[in-house]
Design a protein. Sequence first.
Length: 312
Amino acid sequence: MTSAPKAFISHATEDKGFVIPFATMLREKGVEAWVDQWEIKAGESLVDRIFESGIKEASVFIVVLSSTSVTKPWVRDELDAGVMRRISGQAKVIPIVLDDVEVPVSLRHTLYLSVPENGLDKVVEKALQSIFELDSRPPLGVPPVYATATSLPRVLPDPIDNIVFNAIIDLHLHDSATAISDRSLLQRIDETEVSADAMNESVEIFESEGRLERQKMLSGNWFITRIATSSLLAALASRGLDVKGLQMRLLAAIVNNPRQAITSFEDESQVVTRALIDSLESQGLVKTQMVLSGQVHIVGVSAEATRRVRRA
């Protein structure tokens, strides 16, 4: 069984009105509080009992500071002994302030407890936390989903932006999702703990960066009407799709059959195939025409496209 911590309480006789209730409450909580009137019997040496039995055996030195106690040579001597034990690592020093007293120089860098500010009960509670080295910090909760979503593709560096943009990509990859509403996006990220305000902030940043285009309604709601091709392909690459290889194989297929109509390529969705073709067109490699069926008609292939395929 672990022995109870021993706390020596240095104080002036005039402050016993605080010291006795304070020490009593400590003892009720398992601290062997050492107070002279309880420990020193008639005929015993004050010096021996205080310095040899009291201070020397204590693991905690509590000094009660008041306008009266700081004038007492006896308290100063006890404080010196307590500070020396702290310096040698033998005891912890806990100052307790009773009134508007000037804290001694040796204690000015030590966090003290204030009775006028906290009251007796709170001072006892804080003293116990220090004596037993209790952790008063609130327990750690579960991290937000966006901070621990390690399985989520790392499309963007900011964790909230990454969640929002991945959700946009997921919705966009469904061929039926011609436009993405703010409500559908919020529903998509509902379990991620990302707020509506944070989502709106991310989308506004995406828009300013040219990653997407929106149509805003008078009601304040909005729809994402377009995802920039470069942003979509970069996101797909982050998710593990071999975008460069796929695009080169698509270009080869187009060069070999330049007048074809394309709906999808290598089992990729219509959205992904369209993004690959748009990228080729933006590089000046092909010319296309979109028809209502969703097919893309190749109407032109550049010499550069033929050269790239030949050199690949």
